[in-house]
Design a protein around this ligand. Structure first.
Ligand code: UP5
Ligand code: MG
Length: 193
């Protein structure tokens, strides 16, 4: 069987990863999998043995062990019947990267990393604004500070790792969603998946 094509979608909290993935799936044949959304669903699932552990990490802005996240991603990929995936918000640290490589090396190829680069104050404003209605337990200033700390310390090195492999498309994410998407389209049109 041909390997899955994967684009990792990375960037700080509120950088617009989910927003851009929504625009991509309307225009291209990709399946969008948000690792954060899959974890939030698993947290809500009756009988999940991981609910409390996941909630603890989300509130604290720390990273759920890769065995949990990667198995949710793997199952969602298999169930989708699709070939091209946007994996949003993963891998966030070295543990995630190592776990992914171990589990997925034979079945998926990382074709590109879309890096949505957005100033911290803009990210904070967006998340606090969304927090008025999102119901997300981490859209508050206390959790946000921790999310940003984790992003700078643990996720940036992963982006740098893929930069060294020449796989990163750097996108300026402070513009309007449509303007950012114009830049995304150029990347995807060139990739031709
Ligand atoms: N918005 C978006 N784009 C805009 C633009 N261009 N101009 C103006 N406004 C814009 O957008 C955020 C808000 O900004 C929205 O209101 C939107 O309308 C507006 P969104 O597209 O949702 O941004 P996104 O980057 O997806 O932000 P999100 O908050 O989802 O990012 P995080 O990375 O913080 O959250 P995620 O859900 O990925 O992870 C949450 C937690 O889960 C993590 O902190 C961690 O604890 C855990 N997690 C893991 O442990 N492992 C994983 O692999 C994944 C998550
Ligand atoms: Mg998101």
């Amino acid at each position: 069987m041909a390997k899955y094509n994967v684009l990792f979608v990375l960037g700080g909290p509120g950088a617009g990863k989910g927003t851009q993935c929504d625009l991509i799936v309307k225009n291209y044949d990709y399946k969008h999998l948000s690792a954060g959304d899959l974890l939030r669903e698993e947290r809500q699932r009756a009988g999940s043995q991981y609910g409390e552990e996941i909630e603890g990490h989300i509130r604290a802005g720390t990273i759920v062990p890769v065995e949990i996240t990667c198995s949710l991603l793997q199952r969602a990929m298999e169930d989708s019947g699709k070939k091209n995936f946007l994996i949003d918000g993963f891998p966030r640290n070295k543990d995630n990267l190592d776990g992914w490589n171990k589990a997925m090396d034979d079945v998926a190829t990382v074709r590109r990393v879309l890096f949505f680069d957005c100033r911290e104050d803009v990210c904070v404003d967006r998340c606090l604004n969304r927090g008025k209605t999102s119901g997300r337990s981490d859209d508050n200033m206390e959790s946000l500070k921790k999310r940003i700390h984790t992003y700078n310390n643990s996720t940036m090195p992963i982006i740098d790792h893929y930069k060294a492999l020449d796989l990163v498309s750097h996108l300026h994410a402070e513009k309007t969603p449509d303007e950012v998407f114009d830049d995304v389209k150029k990347v995807l049109d060139e990739l031709k998946l």
